[in-house]
Ligand binder design. Structure first.
Ligand SMILES: NC(=O)C1=CN([C@@H]2O[C@H](COP(=O)(O)OP(=O)(O)OC[C@H]3O[C@@H](n4cnc5c(N)ncnc54)[C@H](OP(=O)(O)O)[C@@H]3O)[C@@H](O)[C@H]2O)C=CC1
Ligand SMILES: CC(C)(CO)C(=O)C(=O)O
Length: 331
């Protein structure tokens, strides 16, 4: 099958390499040093899915119409990346592999006749240098759209993508994006202090801040009338129960996520942008919680403070001491 991957970075590079290894005809788009490296040596994948050096067609834009496309840029780049390739994406299934709440809507707006799905991935992939990706945690990715049952298209696409790495078609994908947003409360603190996700979760104080951000995200979702979708052992009932717990008990949720992530250090996708000197996706993660809270007429002080701290790190180009993060809970 002809499969396009738009944005061959950490996750896009992983999927492109695994799909090519599974025998698909893959074309990727990339830019700058990433594109130069892929042109020169292909995509180099290592880690949880084994080693693969894969040659794929590559360029700044697609050259042909694929049968299926994955959009794998960060949220802030998705609009431009989809627009640049829109002429080849009409009428085909397009899967937006993206954290945050906006991916599907952006693609639907730009590609009115495409069949747009979303994917929430729990894989942890680190883009260690241009064209080189290391998978530090293997996991299932979840695919769907809307808030109803998983439709036939989702089941079919999950089957195709599972030839490379496990994908499951799920019901209530809209709610699952919120569940993934809760999981992505793992991103900000490591990005601020410059440590791996596992190191942050091993620290009692920092773990409490992560738990507070997660609890606040669930409370905001509840205030917005969200029914959380089931993903990675989390579901609506469990998350609502978690949101009522004191932090002393609630911190067990991020702790268990850290255990599940394994011991190979994962920086998280937000910190990886910072280490490359780029702006991050934070306005679509913790920043989305703040916007949703405003719509519900409730406050989200923990997420607002973490968003501001990540922007401070972006501006300064250097991480901040853990005390700045711990102060979030005493503000
Ligand atoms: N990494 C991970 O472990 C996980 C990531 N996610 C989510 O997946 C999405 C992708 O994240 P991730 O893979 O980490 O991001 P990366 O930044 O590693 O990869 C995105 C790639 O897209 C490229 N890109 C951006 N705009 C364009 C464009 N117009 N044309 C071509 N290429 C473009 C970027 O280039 P450049 O390098 O020049 O910016 C970058 O290489 C995010 O929403 C993230 O939150 C979800 C689960 C896990
Ligand atoms: C699941 C997790 C935390 C994996 O790193 C992720 O989604 C991210 O880094 O953005």
């Amino acid at each position: 099958m002809r499969i396009a991957v738009i944005g061959a970075g950490a996750l896009g590079g992983t999927f492109a390499a695994l799909l090519a290894r599974a025998g698909h005809d893959v074309e990727v788009t990339a830019r700058g040093a990433g594109l130069d490296a892929i042109r020169e040596h292909g995509i180099r994948l290592s880690g949880g899915y084994g080693d693969a050096d894969v040659r794929v067609a590559s360029g700044p834009v697609l050259t042909r119409r694929p049968d299926l496309a994955l959009v794998c840029t960060k949220a802030q780049d998705a609009r431009e990346a989809i627009s640049m390739n829109a002429e080849h994406l009409g009428g085909i299934p397009v899967v937006v592999v993206q954290n945050g709440l906006d991916g599907i809507a952006t693609a639907e707006e730009l590609l009115p006749d495409a069949e747009v799905y979303g994917a929430a991935s729990i894989i942890a992939a680190n883009y260690t240098e241009p064209g080189v990706v290391r998978v530090t945690t293997t996991a299932t990715s979840y695919l769907g759209r809307g808030d109803g049952p998983a439709d036939e298209g989702a089941v079919r696409l999950a089957g195709i993508l599972s030839q490379a790495t496990p994908f499951t078609a799920i019901p209530n994908f809209r709610g699952a994006q919120w569940t993934k947003l809760v999981v992505n409360m793992l991103n900000a603190v490591p990005a601020i202090v410059g440590r791996s996700v596992q190191e942050v979760l091993a620290d009692r104080g920092l773990r409490r801040v992560v738990a507070a951000a997660m609890r606040e995200t669930v409370r905001v979702g509840v205030a917005r009338g969200v029914r959380f979708g089931a993903l990675q052992g989390l579901d609506d009932r469990g998350l609502r129960r978690f949101a009522r717990l004191p932090l002393l008990l609630g911190q067990l949720l991020p702790w268990s996520m850290g255990v599940r992530m394994g011991s190979v250090p994962n920086l998280g996708s937000t910190q990886q942008s910072l280490r490359r000197g780029q702006r991050t996706e934070i306005d679509y993660l913790n920043g989305a919680v703040v916007r949703q809270a405003a719509l519900a007429g409730v406050a989200a002080p923990v997420n607002a403070a973490l968003t501001a701290l990540v922007h401070e790190v972006e501006d300064a180009g250097a991480s901040l001491p853990p005390a700045r993060v711990l102060a979030v809970l005493s503000d």
